[in-house]
Design a protein around this ligand. Sequence first.
Ligand code: ARG
Length: 461
Amino acid sequence: MQDKSKAWSGRFNEPVAELVKRYTASVSFDQRLAEVDIQGSLAHAHMLGAQNIISASDVAAIENGLDEILQEIRNGEFEWLLDLEDVHLNIEKRLTDKVGDAGKRLHTGRSRNDQVATDVRLWLRAVVDDVIVGIRQLQTSIVDLAETHFDTVMPGFTHLQVAQPVTFGHHLLAYFEMLQRDAERFADGRKRINRLPLGAAALAGTSYPINREMVAQELGFSGVCENSLDAVSDRDFAIEFTAAAALLMTHLSRFSEELILWSSPRFAFVDIADRFCTGSSIMPQKKNPDVPELVRGKTGRVNGHLVALLTLMKGQPLAYNKDNQEDKEPLFDTADTILVTLQIYADMLRGITVNKVAMRTAAAEGFATATDLADYLVKKGLPFRDAHEAVARAVRYAVERNCDLADLNLADLQKFSPLVAEDIFAILTLEGSLGSRNHIGGTAPTQVKAAIARARNAISA
Ligand code: ARG
């Protein structure tokens, strides 16, 4: 009755039910950990050899066997068996088939519990490095576009109502800042990913004279997980990664919302290159911004993965529980989603055409320089609240006449405050308004140029 292919078959009187086998197996998705699994096994074997826990010839046999298996996997020749449950048992069985007893000695002083935790950390560490590269590439696209438009006027909005003029370059750099924080978050989380669980074995450590620091060093970990129970059951690093990913997607979702609005003919601020859009099967005039819409949609999916992982952990007693096998699919999908989103976004921004006339017209239409008029009166001695009131009345007067503040003549403007003089007209221009916000963080084109220089420095550092 015993199924000798199972690592734990000796304990059981009947084989696992077919449906249960399929329900509990993870090999269909965890096979993507194969390369890091082999890397971890090699480091473990080297340590077992160095500590005289296994012989040098066993280590050599394990090295050769794992090397062949790695090639088989890379060539797509490796046969993954559902019966062998997961990536770990598949590789170990193949190794034993190839090198016999040496393969059976590999698992000395180790458990799949510390093995899988090690694999996921190795895999995620490499993903984080790719994500940071992807963020840098997107930031470069943003800075390039901002540089072209360092003095392009557009309306800045609050409540989606025209508020004050800003430059398009300044607006874009707001996203640079968000991505800068995202990169910081991923890099910070990487410190906590980069610790070694191996040596914790099933949960309590092992009685063999292992050397965990040696394994940590070979695998490039900065240190070892300090408590064996925590080492096998901690998935904080996966949750942190997914939280950082959800925030990254949230930023790109906001950006997408703006691109969708701006590319609508009602705004017509930007045109997204055709290769990022699709048409409608029924309405011939349509050009739909599918890519930003999907980024917005996929944000929901990544947020969902974060909630899935948090929920996965909340009821688990120490130490390892099979629940943890459910950490992989959300994590893999999060990584896949953000990596491709970053890449497509960087490309898409290179294909954006800006309609400066439409931006300028919109900025000129919404009384965007009303605050400048108020500030002008304040500088002439009027308390700000009184200036606010005077300008509000002037705006109402202009609305009634269907014109802008700058279209009113001096006599009209003076009805609202005798402090207004001829020099007001320079202030009420869009360029006057922009140029006056001349401090770090402000929208004056000279400040935008300086911010671009700082941004370029930050991403090359
Ligand atoms: N496939 C398992 C996982 O993904 C590996 C660890 C299983 N350990 C165990 N004792 N069943 O978590």
